[in-house]
Design a protein. Structure first.
Length: 289
């Protein structure tokens, strides 16, 4: 298990580091190649390694990114969406949680970073709540998990994995949906390539998968059942996992047809999840989510 745990943790480290760099402001003459060619290839390989079903979104991202002619076009796209006032999409995630900048989220994130000795990459000069900085922090946590596993410290490794999952549940899970909604709207209004929208969907799916699987693992542990799937807690998403992801997308006003196209999809399971939400217990469950 130790070797498998280390490999999976380091793969997740690389996944979040890829997203950290992708959501940082574009820089350098070779950025177009890195963004439009290397990034989708890397994400595809990593997703396959850790069992994430992201093929449809990565393919869509690759096609959309290719629409930008060069690095300058990508810089203009990024600036137009996230930076140039009045930017239609806030890259600062605290805006979606606190309703503004420099609120409680910024303070809490700085405490998280300090607790784990997180020093930002020299290229990241923005506030602590930006997408890129949070992704880099997740990369650090998974790196610590992988390093601990390599040293045969499985309990310490799992503790870092647990920290990463708790962070995902407390922060990205709460800002990614409203940010994605704003980004999709901005892309449609401006008629620009949806590269960043597809990339944020990749992030969204990764967050939902991690939170869903962590919750499932906790419930199974409470009932003294062994977790389904491989010893690293991964494997193909079940019909129930896919139904939950599609349900949350639909609930938040986002498209979910790409989820229904994935292997393992079952219409009856999805309809059952919808029915649960309409029932009194389901309404209580969703209100508490």
């Amino acid at each position: 298990m130790t070797r498998q745990l280390a490999a999976t943790a380091h793969a997740r480290r690389d996944f979040w580091l890829c997203l950290a760099r992708a959501f940082a402001p574009p820089a350098g003459g070779d950025y177009h190649t890195a963004f439009a060619e290397d990034l989708p290839a890397d994400l595809e390989a990593i997703a396959a390694e850790i069992g994430l079903e992201l093929g449809a979104q990565i393919a869509a991202f690759r096609d959309a990114a290719a629409q930008a002619e060069d690095a300058q076009a990508l810089q203009k796209l990024y600036a137009g969406l996230f930076l140039t006032p009045p930017a239609p999409v806030m890259i600062n995630a605290g805006y979606y949680i606190d309703g503004g900048l420099m609120g409680a989220t910024e303070k809490a994130l700085n405490e998280w970073y300090g607790l784990h000795g997180f020093a930002r990459h020299e290229h990241f000069r923005d506030l602590s709540d930006t997408v890129a900085v949070q992704c880099e922090f997740l990369s650090l946590l998974y790196d610590k998990a992988g390093t601990a596993a390599e040293a045969d410290e499985d309990l310490e490794a799992m503790a870092y994995v647990g920290e990463a999952e708790r962070f995902l549940a407390e922060y990205p899970r709460h800002w990614v949906t409203p940010m994605l909604r704003e980004l999709e709207g901005a892309v449609e209004r401006r008629g620009v390539t949806p590269a960043y929208a597809h990339l944020l969907r990749v992030l969204w799916l990764a967050v939902e998968e991690a939170v869903t699987r962590a919750g499932s693992r906790i419930e199974k542990a409470r009932s003294a059942d062994l977790p389904r799937g491989s010893s690293r807690g991964m494997g193909a998403l079940t019909a129930e996992d896919l139904a939950e992801i599609a349900f949350r997308l639909e609930r938040d006003g986002l498209a979910w047809d790409h989820v229904a196209a994935l292997d393992g999809w079952d219409d009856s399971v999805f309809e059952r999840r919808r029915a649960e939400a309409d029932a009194p217990m389901g309404k209580t469950r969703d209100a508490l989510d």
